[in-house]
Design a protein around this ligand. Structure first.
Ligand code: AKB
Length: 316
């Protein structure tokens, strides 16, 4: 039986590509895209689209009933950099939306939930290389706090109420179709756009800031794999560490120079440097690899080649 899916925040960086992929697997009629902003409607076309504010329980529930939804992917969130500017808004959006969806599952309106966590659950006291699944999580950003607390609530709803919730700690995600917004890892997308349009980029992180990263295709594969895995295989109901590669701004600039030799990079670190400094450099995702056979495909070289190819095609 095919799931009947609602994606909340379907027009964001990950939501837009997830919508496209899920529709290609389950059909346009089985995947309802929703977003708070009607101006984003085009991103979700062709297919069913609803305007939903992730903080409005009544409108999520009405949509679930209208389409007999059994699965929700909650992709709406305020990310790390914007969250530092609007701490209470980040808290309200990230927590209220999670509770709405978990409560719909607890009350048996839906059967399954996907909720993204992040490497932002970690903080300066976490071991920063090969960060283990179970370790110190003392985040110093509001976004990280919402993700850390959210993980606890996911596990709680699973253990107390049997909610089938699944979650991944995404690293920085690199994509060419939709730009990210408000994150600390956004530089790793901007750099490719600027390389193609201006052959230069002023990076808001310093040259040796190493962070865990992943190509969008790998992130979508991981999301769909964890959601379609046998429930018994999903042993962690908080959130799984998920890794692909790690690199610094200098390393990504070098990989771009192999294709655009006159590309120039400069560095003007801003408030996002402190956030990046508090996050791990690399992640140990052995649990995901063991429990549901996670495996990434894209190296930095593969990502650079694909990003430059696709962005050049878009520009011409
Ligand atoms: C951010 O930079 O805030 C996000 C994340 C790592 O969760 N991309």
């Amino acid at each position: 039986m095919k799931p009947k899916i609602l994606i909340i925040g379907a027009c964001g960086q990950i939501g837009s590509e997830l919508t496209f992929k899920l529709r290609s697997i389950y059909g346009n009629d089985n995947v309802i895209a929703s977003d708070i902003n009607p101006a984003n409607l085009d991103i979700a076309k062709p297919g069913l689209f609803e305007i939903i504010d992730a903080q409005d329980y009544a409108s999520i529930k009405a949509c679930v009933e209208k389409y007999n939804i059994d699965t929700i992917y909650l992709m709406a969130a305020m990310l790390s950099a914007t969250g530092e500017k609007f701490p209470m808004k980040a808290w309200d959006l990230n927590m209220n939306s999670l509770f709405h969806v978990l409560n719909l599952a607890k009350d048996k309106f839906i059967k399954q939930v996907f909720w993204p966590s992040s490497i932002a659950v970690f903080g300066p006291t976490t071991p920063s290389e090969n960060t283990p699944q179970h370790t110190i999580t003392e985040p110093t950003t509001v976004y990280g706090i919402t993700k850390q607390v959210g993980e606890r609530w996911c596990e709680y709803y699973n253990q107390k109420y049997g909610v089938d919730v699944r979650s991944l700690r995404y690293p920085g995600i690199i994509s060419w179709k939709t730009q990210p917004g408000g994150g600390t890892t956004d530089y790793a997308v901007e750099i490719y756009h600027k390389a193609v349009s201006q052959k230069k980029y002023d990076c808001f992180l310093s040259e040796n800031t190493k962070l865990p990263m992943m190509f969008m295709d790998d992130a979508i594969k991981a999301t769909i794999d964890i959601m379609s895995a046998d429930a018994k295989a999903i042993k962690l109901r908080s959130s799984y560490n998920l890794a692909a590669i790690s690199f610094t701004p200098k390393e990504v600039a070098q990989s771009i120079k192999q294709h655009i030799p006159d590309f120039k990079i400069s560095y003007t670190p801003d408030y996002r440097q402190d956030i990046a400094n508090s996050w791990p450099k690399s992640i140990n995702d052995a649990a995901a690899r063991e429990d549901w056979n996670w495996k990434h495909d894209f190296s930095l070289q593969d990502i650079t080649k694909e990003m430059l190819f696709q962005l050049n095609k878009k520009c011409n």
